[in-house]
Write a protein that binds this ligand. Structure first.
Ligand SMILES: Cc1cc2nc3c(=O)[nH]c(=O)nc-3n(C[C@H](O)[C@H](O)[C@H](O)COP(=O)(O)OP(=O)(O)OC[C@H]3O[C@@H](n4cnc5c(N)ncnc54)[C@H](O)[C@@H]3O)c2cc1C
Length: 463
């Protein structure tokens, strides 16, 4: 059977559903296809479940340290991992179900469960049926990278997806990969009571971050008893009875960590290998990401790639922004409409350990390479009232500006509320306002953001 649609959307990640509903609302006949759970990575195995688990871990941490706040808990704090998982399942499950109901209740939108594969540039095959689309949008996302580490075949390992089934406390969790996924799982399992070792092949964790942000995060984690091994440039895995051994280097002293469970958090790969892209003539880069232009159009007219699978972003907010770019450019119908582009996006992310680092704009290294004359202001969280009052004084805030144009170039806020306060900076950057506007802002006391004008009043030349 062959059915014709105005638009076919493959995948229900963070951009496909919003785009499908918007197109359907504009009167287009749309089909959306999902092979797994509605909502994709973020809802089922990424942001939502991990942040729900992070909240349980934070509660455990506060309970254990209650005495510092004058809160006495009789006896040791016990964690019921089955209840922790049940809470996570309920929150993520509700989000997925709500999305499914929203899609299935939308007029002009046909929801199909199954694996989609291109038959040609205009057709997709799913469950043996052919869907023809005037426009096809690919929102297939990605999955955990499982590199061919020597010895990996001998042991059982976990990824962010299989971690979702864990309802017990691993005795010693070894995590390979010191970026946001590994660090978030590392801190939460440490707070649940596991021994945790994080192994990173780069010289520092969160490799692309400023060294002082990376060091600050490592300090926070080490203080909680997490072992961090960096510079592990030759990782091998082996079975030792009921233990898993991970060797960190192949030269000099042979360092080996022994644990009970192994989590791979070594990056992501796009779900483009089983999509029949070759039948449609859609080009990818060498890592399988679909090549797109600044408006997210592929090399094949009428086909767009949105979300993580285009390699232009790796977050929920970037995927959702992809939807906005495509939808506004297609549906505005206004000759005066300003074309929306990926290159208008400002880099921004947070890492949800506690306290969290929030980052916008360029790192120090990128600023130096840009050749701009920069000024920097910095303040430790130990001099931020709100952090002191909350008893969470680790970290710092650092804002860098262009000495000549007065633009804000980059900011890192590592500390309590850093994931929220960073938006004060991000919004001023989007407004293209000079930092001097923020310098005169009167922010609410006592907040972390309150100190942003103060930091901007104490700028010195960047070293
Ligand atoms: C552990 C973890 C934590 C994260 N935490 C955060 C966070 O805190 N903040 C943040 O911004 N980002 C976070 N992310 C990243 C975020 O989840 C992704 O960037 C986001 O989900 C965007 O994905 P997407 O829209 O590209 O597609 P995805 O969410 O990956 O969804 C793609 C969908 O397409 C479906 N699909 C694939 N191929 C086919 C096919 N051939 N046919 C039919 N369906 C198909 C898949 O089943 C999936 O449902 C996290 C990721 C992980 C792994």
């Amino acid at each position: 059977m062959r059915t014709k649609f105005d638009a076919v959307v493959i995948g229900t990640g963070q951009s496909g559903p919003a785009l499908a509903v918007r197109l359907a609302g504009a009167g287009h006949k749309v089909a959306i296809i999902e092979r797994n759970r509605y909502g994709g990575t973020c809802v089922n195995t990424g942001c939502t479940p991990t942040k729900t688990l992070v909240a349980s871990a934070y509660a455990a941490h506060l309970a254990r340290n209650g005495v510092d706040y004058g809160v006495m808990i009789d006896g040791p704090v016990k964690i019921d991992m089955k209840r922790v998982k049940a809470r996570k399942d309920a929150v993520a499950g509700r989000a997925s179900e709500n999305l499914e109901q929203w899609l299935k209740g939308t007029r002009n939108l046909t929801v199909i469960h199954g694996h989609a594969r291109f038959d040609s540039a205009k057709t997709v095959r799913v469950n043996g049926e052919v869907l023809e689309g005037d426009r096809i949008f690919v929102n297939v996302g990605g999955r955990a990278l499982v590199p061919p580490l020597p010895g990996l075949g001998q042991v059982q390992y976990l990824t962010n997806s299989s971690m979702m089934d864990i309802d017990f406390l691993p005795e010693h969790l070894i995590i390979i990969g010191g970026s946001y996924i590994g660090l978030e799982f590392g801190q939460m399992y440490r707070r649940f009571g596991a021994q945790v070792t994080i192994i990173e092949k780069m010289p520092q964790i969160i490799g692309r971050e400023d060294p002082e942000v990376s060091a600050g995060v490592a300090d926070i984690l080490r203080k909680e008893g997490i072992a961090i091994e960096t510079g592990a440039d030759c990782i091998r895995v082996q079975k030792h009875g009921d233990r898993i051994g991970v060797t960190l280097d192949c030269t000099g002293t042979l360092r080996e960590v022994l644990g009970t469970h192994l989590l791979l958090a070594m990056g992501r790969v796009p779900n483009t290998d089983d999509l029949g892209l070759e039948s449609a003539g859609i080009k990818t880069d060498t890592r399988g990401y679909i090549a797109v232009d600044d408006q997210l159009r592929t090399n094949v007219p009428g086909v767009w790639a949105i979300g993580d699978c285009n390699g232009r972003g790796a977050f929920t907010h970037t995927s959702y922004n992809d939807y906005e770019i495509v939808a506004d450019n297609l549906l505005s119908g206004d000759a005066q409409h300003e074309v929306r582009k990926v290159s208008d996006r400002i880099t921004a992310y947070a890492l949800f350990i506690a306290p969290p680092p929030g980052r916008v704009g360029m790192t120090d290294d990128e600023i130096r390479k840009s050749g701009r004359r920069a000024l920097v202001g910095k303040r430790p969280m130990s001099r931020v009232n709100r952090a002191v009052e909350k008893g969470e004084t680790e970290g710092f805030m650092k804002i860098t500006v262009d000495a000549d144009t007065k633009e804000i170039l980059g900011t890192a806020i590592l500390g309590v509320g850093g994931d929220e306060a960073i938006h004060c900076i991000l919004d001023v950057m989007y407004a293209k306002a000079p930092y001097t506007v923020l310098r005169r802002a009167v922010n609410i006391h006592p907040t972390v953001a309150e100190l942003i004008p103060t930091v901007l009043g104490e700028l010195t030349p960047m070293a």
